[in-house]
Each structure stands twice: as C-alpha cells, then as structure tokens.
Design a protein around this ligand. Structure first.
Ligand SMILES: [Zn+2]
Length: 372
C-alpha cells in the first residue's frame, strides 16, 4: 500500500515538473520571438525601391551605379543624467537589433544618421561622452563595405546658444564632421550640413560653417556648368560628378508647422497646428533660402521633429522629414531606404516592429501562463 502511494506521488511530481518545463519553454520562446526574431519578420518585408536607370547604360553598369542608402534619425541614446538604466537598456537593445537586422537583410552601401545620436551630448561630461560613444559604436557596428556617416544635431552639441568649440570638436573626433561635408559615391553627391550652425549671427562656428558650405556649393556648381564657361573660376576646384546634390541635415528647412503633413507617422493631430519656432524647431527662413540658393538640391532629408512629413520647396524640391528611430519617441519608428542614381532617386519607408504589438505579445504570453 505504502509503495503504491509512493509511486503515485512520484508520477504526480513528474507530471507537474513536465508541465512547469512546458511553461518555461513558452516563456523562453516568447522572449526569443519578441526580442530577436520579430525584427527579421518585420524588416524582411522591406524592399529597396526601383529607380529609373538611364537607358544608354548597359545592365552591368546600371546595377553598379545605384547607391543603396539608408537614412535614420534621432536615436537619442540616453545619457547618465536623465536616462534610467532600464529605459536605456531596453531602447538600446531595440535599436541595436533593428539596425543589425536591417544591415544583414538589406545590405545598404551607405547609412546616414541625421543627428541627435545622443540625448545628452549637449551637457555630458567627458567620461559620460566616452561611455555614450562606446555604446553607440557597439550598437551601430557595421562591416567595412558599409559606410556610416553622421550629421550633427542639437542634442549632440547643444542648441546654438549652448554649443561651443569643445563640444563640436569632440563630436568631430568621433564622426569626422564639423561644418559640412561632401560625399560623392557612384556619381551621387550628398552634402551633409551642420544646421545647428546656421543661426546667421556671425558666431565663430557659424562663420566657419557658412564659409565651408559656400565653398562646397561653388565646387558643385562648377561641376555642373559647361567646361568652357567658367574655366578660370573653376580651374582650381576638384572635379565632382555633374549631379544635383542631396542635402542631409538635422533641422528641417523653414515650414510654418506640420499642419500639411500626412501619413500614419506624421505628428499627432493636437501637435500639427502648433507653429514652429525659427532656429529652434526649423531653420530660419533666411538660412533655408540660402541652402536652396547655394546648392539647388534635388532632394532634402532632415530630422529633429521625430515625425514624418513631406514638403515641396519652391514647388519642385522635395524635403522628407525622417521620423525618430527610437521606440522612446514613437510607437512606430522607421527608416528611409533610397535607391539613388546620379539623375534619379526613389525612396521607400521601412517600419520597425510596433512597440504596442510587442507589449500585446508579452501580455498574451503572461495571461496564458496565469491561466495554465
Ligand atoms: Zn533635434
């Protein structure tokens, strides 16, 4: 009798153990899916857009002449002062997984981050800065064949009134960017602009930035003019591909508000009609006009507002506001994928997993555990 009872007890314990093991498996599976697999499932659906390629080129040349560029913005890596460790851990893991998955699935030629990489670059100590940079380099690690370029934002060096040479220099040391930069790849010209320095008040950093940008614009204009036309003026300039540039900057060009912006990731309805402040939310009218005059860009990509928008300047130059890449700023972060040739471009948006879907999946798994 006693031995029979013993056997029953062991069987019961075994069954219970087995059941607990199954529950544990369910929990681990939910974790692996939500923290790893989901990025592959979602980003796998994104495709590089098709772009028109000049007919006279052979197919072999054509495939080489398309630049596959990825644009993302406002990652806001949290700092030591305002960032809670759990918030930091969660957001950085999400961005690292999203970026690394996108790199492996989409294999862009070049990635541009349009500023506000850090949240506290504007006031962080040198030690905190070094720690932020170390984490950034780990999250945004990329193979040598993929280039990564960063444009400066107000959270990296401060708004105009709080930026100084020290902050700009430490940013430049890491990202090799101060006033402006021209990047030419496969016949496509990208102009990276320090839009924080376009205050127009003649401050040292502003004057250097303006001088640099005017020089770049001359160089670009020379490459587009007829050879004989301006031989003298352009003789000492490096020859660039004769293609209208694409402007990349943190602040958007001047627009009154986001009222005209549409799309699921544009600003919230209650925020759309709030007028933008010049030199704070957007560039001043004057600085915006200057950029258009100097560069005659065929496309502008900007950031800073954390929401999506498409604006047409002078009735023909499109500007795309790239939304934030961090789940801290949006439920539906995204990045822009561009197939670009020297004469044409085509853009599409790749959304990352929705934060609300991840939360819903965890809640379902949790509820299932409780019920079982
Ligand atoms: Zn900003």
């Amino acid at each position: 009798m006693r031995s029979h009872l013993g056997i029953m007890k062991t069987r019961h314990l075994k069954r219970r153990g087995c059941f607990l093991l199954k529950l544990l498996c369910l929990l681990v599976l939910a974790l692996i899916f939500c923290e790893f697999v989901v990025y592959y499932v979602v980003i796998f659906q994104c495709r590089w857009p098709d772009v028109k390629i000049e007919a006279h080129r052979s197919s072999k040349q054509s495939s080489v002449s398309v630049v596959k560029a990825m644009f993302l913005a406002d990652t806001h890596l949290l700092g030591e002062i305002k960032g809670h460790w759990l918030d930091k851990l969660r957001r950085e893991w999400q961005m690292e997984r999203a970026f690394q998955t996108a790199l492996s699935l989409l294999q862009p030629d070049i990635v541009f981050i349009l500023g506000d990489v850090f949240d506290e670059g504007k006031w962080s100590s040198s030690q905190a800065w070094a720690d932020d940079v170390r984490r950034f380099q780990k999250m945004f690690w990329h193979p040598v064949q993929t280039e990564l370029m960063v444009v400066v934002g107000n959270h990296d060096i401060g708004f105009h009134y709080e930026m100084n040479t020290y902050k700009l220099k430490r940013f430049a040391k890491v990202f090799n960017f101060t006033a402006g930069k021209l990047v030419s790849r496969k016949g496509v010209n990208f102009v990276l602009v320090n839009s924080v320095a376009l205050e127009g008040d003649g401050c040292t950093i502003c004057s250097i930035a303006e001088a640099k940008l005017t020089k770049l614009s001359q160089q670009l204009n020379c490459s587009q003019e007829e050879q004989n036309h301006s031989k003298k003026r352009c003789s000492d300039m490096t020859q660039l591909p004769a293609s209208e540039p694409i402007l990349l900057q943190h602040y958007p060009l001047y627009r009154r508000s986001d009222a005209e912006c549409t799309g699921e990731d544009s600003a919230l309805p209650e925020e759309k009609n709030i007028p933008f402040k010049e030199k704070y939310d957007v560039l001043s009218k004057e600085a915006s006009q200057k950029l258009l005059w100097w560069f005659h860009p065929r496309l502008i990509l900007s950031a800073h507002t954390h929401s999506a928008c498409e604006v047409l300047h002078d009735g023909k130059i499109p500007e795309i506001s790239v939304p934030s890449f961090s789940w801290r700023n949006r439920n539906n972060p995204s990045f822009i994928m561009g197939s670009i040739t020297s004469s044409d471009f085509s853009l599409s948006k790749c959304f990352l997993p929705l934060e609300s879907s991840i939360v819903a999946m965890y809640c379902t798994a949790g509820a299932l555990l409780v019920v079982l």
